[in-house]
Design a protein around this ligand. Structure first.
Ligand code: COA
Length: 448
């Protein structure tokens, strides 16, 4: 069977940085510990005034094509996943193709372009579409470009404001990939939920606490569905478990739930029985509420054990390093978690080839998806080619007043517009926003 998966990755972060404990917390009257310890975030990335979902996506795609020596005719498909689109008809992928055509001799006229929407999970769904297209034999030897790009902004003073972020991830999907091969097996957990939505509005309406619960419920369903087509999963089967990361504190909860589920009826539950007892079984309780309470108590005890802490430190913690510095990238966030883990392994000199990842994606509204990935022998060279640290270090540090201006610049309802606020950084060899055209379209140019 043809091996299909991710051949190369690139990321582009928004070029501005807001320090959460130092700058945002005091201005909001919050304890910095809420950010560093509770949410697990140090900073948010924001787009400069000339950046948006198109520039970040096009710049990531351009870097990826240059590195892999690709021309437009090598790409048969461009799928953009976003929940920050500014047009209900014309897809962002056409804008990105238009940008790239400014710098290549060829064009993307024979590439299929689309835009996927399902909150944060649409990045993984686009990956799926690319995978299926190649496995169906419709790609004519060409690769698919999947771009997850978002400016995850919330209304000022919404609780979600603490978790904002902006950036893009570009993934090249091919046969015989260099980074990871995707499993055929998948699990879904999907239900009609109103935890987070944007009914014809830029900033989301969020029921934050509920969204955390919905994430966990759908993720549990997805794990069970995945296990219905594979063997039961065991916590030690996977080198890393990248989850959708709206903020690292969310992943802390998801990991605990996943570990409890996967260690049930295993030697792990046996080993821990003397220390914390056995897992509560639903059948042993009179009410759902009593069971939930006992399960929550057991989970608290479980996460305090050395066995769990070591597993978490090895398998989950390394997936969160970049996220802590950039905040939520919505559709790109689970793909940032994968990059973060592989980067940590490369830095530690771990030979990951042949090892498995379990990837847990989630989008509000709501759907979770679980699949496995097998790391390929070319992973290390691909990860070594990334300049993530340089990009993060080069960001401009915002004051709170500047942050307020930047938020206004990117707020579609504010008249401020890019022209009234000076750019904070100087663009170089990249696509930038260049104003509006006569039909209200956004225009872009490449700056040498
Ligand atoms: N020191 C240590 N921890 C602290 C703290 C402090 N000084 N102050 C707060 N915390 C902890 C809280 O206990 C909580 O952790 P817990 O959930 O494990 O108990 C965490 O920090 C967040 O604090 P909380 O008061 O719950 O924050 P909030 O009411 O502002 O809302 C969200 C948090 C996640 C609901 C909010 O950021 C949000 O709406 N986000 C957008 C939606 C989202 O991302 N949903 C996730 C699923 S996609």
């Amino acid at each position: 069977m043809t091996s299909v998966g991710i051949d190369a990755v690139e990321i582009r972060t928004g070029k501005l940085r807001l320090d959460l404990p130092e700058t945002f917390a005091p201005a909001q009257g919050d304890d910095p510990g809420k950010y560093t310890k509770g949410l697990g975030l140090t900073a948010s990335s924001f787009p400069d005034v000339y950046e948006d979902i198109v520039t970040m996506g096009a710049n990531a795609a351009h870097a990826l094509m240059e590195r892999k020596g690709l021309e437009p005719e090598d790409i048969g498909r461009i799928d953009v996943a976003t929940e920050s689109a500014f047009d209900n008809s014309k897809p962002v992928s056409t804008y990105i193709a238009g940008c790239l055509e400014q710098v290549y001799d060829g064009d993307f006229h024979h590439a299929n372009k689309g835009e996927r929407k399902f909150a944060c999970i649409s990045g993984t769904q686009s990956l799926d579409d690319a995978y299926n297209w190649i496995r169906a034999g419709r790609n004519r030897g060409r690769a698919a470009l999947v771009i997850a790009t978002d400016t995850a902004l919330y209304a000022r003073d919404d609780p979600g404001e603490a978790t904002q972020g902006a950036g893009a991830v570009a993934l090249l999907v091919t046969e015989d990939p260099d980074v990871v091969e995707l499993s055929t097996e998948q699990g879904y957990g999907s239900a009609d939920e109103t935890d987070f939505l944007k009914p014809q509005q830029q900033f989301p309406s969020v029921d934050g606490k509920r969204s955390v619960q919905v994430y966990l419920s759908r993720m549990r369903e997805a794990i069970e569905d995945f296990e219905s087509v594979t063997e039961p999963i065991h916590p030690d089967d996977f080198a890393f478990i990248p989850f959708h990361t709206p903020f690292p504190g969310m992943v802390r909860k998801a990991a605990a739930l996943g570990y409890r589920h996967a260690s049930r009826d295993t030697e792990i539950e046996e080993r821990l029985a003397d220390e914390i007892g056995r897992q509560p079984r639903y059948e042993a309780f009179d009410s759902e509420e009593a069971f939930r309470e006992a399960a929550a108590d057991y989970t608290d005890d479980l996460t305090d054990t050395d066995l769990y802490r070591e597993w978490y430190a090895e398998t989950v913690e390394p997936t969160l390093t970049i996220s802590r510095e950039v905040g939520n990238w919505y559709t790109g966030s689970v793909h940032v978690a994968r990059i973060s883990a592989l980067k940590a392994a490369a830095e530690d000199g771990v030979d990951l080839a042949g090892e498995k990842l379990l990837v847990g994606s989630y989008g509000s509204g709501a759907q979770a998806e679980i699949h496995a990935e097998t790391v390929q022998s070319g992973w290390e060279d691909e990860i070594a080619a990334l300049d993530v640290d340089e990009q993060l270090d080069a960001r401009y540090e915002l004051t709170f007043d500047e942050y307020e201006d930047v938020h206004d610049v990117h707020n579609h309802d504010e008249d401020a517009g890019a022209s009234d606020t000076d750019q904070f950084t100087a663009p170089e060899q990249e696509f930038v926003f260049d104003g509006w055209g006569r039909m209200g379209e956004r225009k872009y140019i490449y700056v040498e």
